[in-house]
Design a protein around this ligand. Structure first.
Ligand SMILES: Cc1cc2nc3c(=O)[nH]c(=O)nc-3n(C[C@H](O)[C@H](O)[C@H](O)COP(=O)(O)O)c2cc1C
Length: 235
């Protein structure tokens, strides 16, 4: 099995510990793990140049930081992403990474490799907002075609992992063990559901009439998606 862990902050807080615990629970002893901390491993904000969307991901001025993460995502069975809840949103560093991956959305050039992954998104808050953050993180993975995303949000009533009480840690451990069992069972077995399939077909119809972005349209054409092929079927 292969896993990518992305930490939406550079410190080892509660999200970092939870992601590491989930990865440990899923590790079959033979797991290749790719791990990135933000902003350290992708330290530039998306500047909105549109190069990735209109020309190709190789024209992104930050490709040297972004493409190693894309390669890790492509080859992984499981993607675990954490972010602290900052002002009811995900961290700016994580959002910037997601902005850099916008070219892989269903509305542009979906990556066939994403349609068989299991995603797990984690966010903690001191008191409120983490549920909305995991919803938002899951939405990002959904739009990249990831068929199954588990969400884990927790109020930890603390600013630092060291201050998280034994009671809350116990609750975290039991939720991690439940989510790891479910996620472990889905690895290599997931396929997009009805919502993904419908959306994909709508996007295919849109791409047939797309004359403003031929990089996108040619991608769909080359993949055979303007015809009968689907990214979730073996080619
Ligand atoms: C800039 C900033 C904004 C925050 N915003 C919220 C918030 O909206 N709601 C909340 O309950 N806690 C908020 N917190 C607290 C953190 O979400 C909380 O301590 C979280 O557990 C940190 O996760 P980490 O240990 O993984 O970094 C904020 C903290 C910071 C530094």
């Amino acid at each position: 099995m292969e896993m990518t862990l992305i930490h939406g902050q550079a410190h080892k807080g509660s999200g970092w510990h939870m992601t590491r615990s989930i990865a440990k629970a899923l590790d079959d002893g033979n797991t290749i793990i790719h791990e990135f901390s933000l902003p350290v491993d992708a330290d530039k904000f998306c500047i909105g140049c549109y190069n990735c969307i209109l020309k190709g991901c190789e024209f992104c001025p930050h490709k040297d930081k972004i493409q190693p993460i894309v390669k890790a995502l492509e080859s992984s069975d499981v993607i675990i992403i954490d972010s602290p809840t900052y002002c009811f949103e995900m961290s700016g560093a994580l959002k910037s990474l997601f902005d850099h991956l916008g070219y892989m959305w269903l509305s542009h050039r979906p990556n066939k490799a994403m349609f068989n992954k299991v995603g797990i998104v984690v966010s903690t808050a001191a008191g409120a907002g983490a549920k909305g953050v995991t919803k938002s993180m899951a939405r990002q993975l959904f739009w990249m075609g990831v068929p199954k995303v588990y969400r884990m949000n927790m109020n930890v009533n603390a600013a630092k992992w060291e201050d998280v009480t034994e009671k809350v840690r116990g609750e975290i451990e039991s939720r991690i063990s439940a989510i790891s069992i479910k996620a472990g069972r889905s690895v290599k077995k997931v396929k997009p559901g009805l919502k993904h399939r419908l959306l994909f077909n709508i996007m295919a119809r849109m791409q047939k009439g797309n004359s403003w972005n031929l990089v996108d349209r040619n991608h769909w054409d080359n993949m055979g998606w303007l015809d009968k092929a689907k990214p979730w079927n073996a080619s």
